[in-house]
Design a protein around this ligand. Structure first.
Ligand code: NDP
Ligand code: DGY
Length: 330
């Protein structure tokens, strides 16, 4: 292979990715794959050194691909493929300016993430972690009429912030539980998506005021950053639950902590936090009415393998200048 062609195929992979994705890269005969061969995040100095002179980067949502990294990569960089549907970790304006293409992994993780969102909602509303703990620690003394009671979905109003792919998949799964009314908020009404659930487009304040369950499934953008704050929690019902499987930064966590401690809302379930991982001493972890998971929305073996293949194929197509299976339109 000529030197120029070989250079075109030089890629940096920022983490050990699932075997099917690795195999897809290997099969394609990418001549020079450099990989951070670890399950742990790459130190910044290694990342900067690793991307230098590469044509492609395959990264994770925990890697910040900002101006510093793009400068370190230099003008040879043609494509960034992220093993995620969320792309808030990528400096999109800077990437666009440099004419770099971006691949991502929408749709294939929607079912797994919606399933986890429902699991988190039920675990939080029916107090499952707390109940399991009581069985283990001897707190289960007898059957008591109001002990470990929670809130059910039947006859409830569910408010979804961001009726996108995952938001719709969550609504589809919750409907058979007997939800009476769906509300949603977003950039603008999406009647064709909402029709299936008879969902009503409402301002954020109304969604907070009228929902028994608030579920956040929007993307993290400058507009959604910190959107769920004191004012928002103050409008929610005291008996309502707050569930977030989007990104931690959509929530002001100090305000959420206050709302949970002061009883302004009943409980919260979070799959995403700021920072990640959340330090074990974080105040939210001391609360019984807050269930926190370690960002496992898409974590099924099949989904993560499929994501890795799609990320590999996006990368390969981008390197060859072909159309990607899932390209982010910048
Ligand atoms: P989509 O692009 O399909 O949906 C994003 C939604 O966000 C859209 O409906 C959009 O609304 C909405 N949105 C954007 N701005 C606002 C706003 N200001 N107020 C309310 N809603 C807004 O993406 P997906 O459903 O595929 O994924 C959503 C997000 O979920 C990802 O960006 C990622 O951060 C997160 N995610 C988390 C996972 C986990 O493991 N916990 C797994 C997968 C994804 P509109 O339709 O009006 O434009
Ligand atoms: C994503 O893809 O954005 C998730 O957060 C991880 O699957």
């Amino acid at each position: 292979m000529r030197a120029a062609a070989r250079r075109l195929m030089e890629v940096f992979v920022t983490r050990r990715i699932p075997p099917e994705g690795r195999a897809a890269l290997a099969r394609a005969g990418v001549s020079n794959i450099q990989e951070w061969d670890s399950d742990e995040p790459i130190p910044q100095t290694e990342l900067l050194a690793g991307v230098a002179g590469k044509a492609g980067i395959l990264c994770l949502l925990s890697d910040r691909i900002d101006k510093e990294v793009l400068d370190a990569a230099g003008p040879s960089l043609k494509v960034i493929s992220t093993l995620s549907v969320g792309y808030d970790h990528l400096a999109i304006d800077e990437i666009k300016k440099r004419g770099i293409r971006v691949g991502y992994t929408p749709d294939i993780l929607t079912d797994a993430t919606a399933e986890l969102t429902v699991a988190l909602l039920l675990a939080t509303s029916r107090r499952l972690p707390e109940s399991v703990e009581e069985v283990k620690n001897g707190g289960w003394t007898t059957w008591k009429p109001l002990w470990m009671c929670g809130y059910g979905l039947s006859g409830s109003t569910v408010g979804i912030i961001g009726l996108g792919r995952i938001g719709q998949a969550v609504a589809r799964r919750l409907k058979p539980f007997g939800v009476k009314r769906f509300l949603y908020s977003g950039c603008n009404p999406k009647p064709e998506r909402a029709a299936e659930f008879g969902a009503e487009f409402v301002p954020l304040a109304k969604l907070a005021e009228e929902s028994d369950f608030v579920i956040v499934t929007c993307s993290l953008t400058p507009n959604t950053q910190g959107m769920c704050n004191r004012d928002f929690f103050g409008k929610m019902k005291k008996t309502a639950l707050f569930i977030n499987t989007s990104r931690g930064a959509v929530v002001n966590q100090d305000d959420l902590y206050d709302a949970l401690v002061k009883g302004h809302i009943a409980a919260a379930g979070l799959d995403v936090t700021t920072p990640e991982p959340l330090p074990p001493a974080h105040p939210l972890l001391s609360l019984k009415n807050c269930v926190i998971l370690p960002h496992i929305g898409s974590a099924t073996y099949a989904t993560r393998n499929t994501m890795s293949v799609l990320a590999a194929n996006n990368l390969l197509a981008g390197l060859k200048g072909e159309s990607m299976p899932s390209e982010l339109r910048l």
